[in-house]
Ligand binder design. Structure first.
Ligand SMILES: [Zn+2]
Ligand SMILES: [Zn+2]
Length: 355
């Protein structure tokens, strides 16, 4: 079968690989659709600490598929033909974080597209652990195929906002109008934020954000952020600031723009080797700021995100508008290059035409 394979830093491409087989308990899914994440690009550009030198890996951890073969133990709940969203992180199952369902914090985690083969392929093996840990979620509603993989990034935003204790009426500032920045902003709106402002030097992306319901898009190269703070919040600052760009200066700036009692989330990690910023820790102290961050989502939020996608047509429409290209597996290498060059907002792979 065809698969999009990572073969070491700077080397990705479409290859012929053997069909996955049912090795032990679990299932084989026929991939219906998958989405490309900034993490895939990060792996391509600088590798991943969990992928050893010389390993090859099918990428792709935003996954929607149909069960085509299943071991006896899961046959009753997941018969052949069941369509499933598959959440990417599998925990060791034994540590204290796993026992809380926070597989995203397990030190000994596995993940599709990182330590085990992922969804940029025609078929994918889903091991027993994924069934046991609740990663395999049935989809019975009619949802456009291209939208389902986006449950994964959506869940990470909902988890982030929940961790921030977002309250109705909060004024929210988001650094970054990439796919994840806009999705955080739209999620904050859905959860009751009164004002959501997004900052990015890319004006096209700011326009997309505003078309989808963000109140204001600001180009920091043209507008002074301190004046913005004064004008929009009476100088008090934003209740919540989310840094969804891997930029140390934005992390430092977040502390200057947040209000007293405000909350700041570092949602994007800094690439390996990036110098850490100098933070004004006195702002945290004197203004009683909560500084936090999240990576991935716990398994509960995958379920919440899937429910939102199933029941909210407005959300599905917005998600589709955030996809800059729907491509086939054959077209993925080109689209991946464009994404890596910053020319795509979000790429979704549809394995069958007409999704
Ligand atoms: Zn992702
Ligand atoms: Zn664990």
């Amino acid at each position: 079968m065809k698969a999009f394979v990572f073969n070491g830093v700077g080397r990705v491409g479409l290859e012929d690989v053997p069909l996955p087989t049912l090795k032990g308990e679990g299932a084989i899914i026929k991939v219906i659709s998958s989405a490309v994440c900034a993490t895939d690009v990060k792996i391509f550009k600088s590798g991943h600490f969990k992928i050893r030198e010389g390993d090859r890996r099918v990428l792709g951890h935003e996954i929607f598929g149909e069960i085509v073969e299943v071991s006896r133990s899961y046959e009753e709940d997941f018969p052949v033909g069941t369509r499933v969203f598959v959440a990417p992180n599998l925990g060791c199952g034994k540590c204290e974080y796993c026992l809380m369902g926070k597989y995203n914090l397990c030190a000994d985690y596995d993940a599709f597209g990182i330590t085990i083969d992922g969804a940029f392929a025609e078929y994918m093996f889903v091991p027993r652990k994924a069934f046991e840990q609740g990663n395999v979620l049935k989809l019975t509603a009619a949802v456009p195929e291209g939208v389902v993989p986006l449950v994964e990034p959506l869940s990470t935003c909902l988890y982030n906002l929940s961790n921030l204790g977002l309250e109705p009426g909060d004024r929210v500032l988001v650094f970054g109008a990439g796919f994840m920045g806009i999705l955080n902003a739209l999620s904050a709106r859905m959860m009751g934020a009164s004002l959501v402002v997004v900052i990015d030097p890319n004006e096209q992306r700011l326009e997309v954000a505003m078309e989808l319901g963000v109140n204001l898009g600001i180009n920091p190269q043209k507008q002074d952020l301190n004046i913005l703070k004064k004008d929009l919040t009476d100088g008090k600052g934003f209740d919540v600031v989310i840094v969804s760009v891997p930029v140390p200066e934005a992390q430092a700036q977040a502390l200057e723009l947040v209000s007293k009692l405000g909350r700041v989330s570092f949602f994007a990690g800094l690439p390996k080797g990036t110098p850490f910023p100098t933070l004004n820790t006195n702002v945290i102290h004197y203004n009683q700021i909560t500084l936090t961050g999240t990576t991935g989502a716990d398994v509960e939020y995958y379920r919440r995100a899937l429910n939102m996608v199933v029941h909210r047509e407005d959300l599905r429409e917005k998600l589709i508008r955030l996809v800059s290209s729907f491509v086939t597996l054959e077209e993925l290498p080109n689209a991946f290059e464009r994404l890596a060059a910053g020319k795509e907002l979000k790429v979704v792979v549809l394995n069958q035409q007409g999704g």
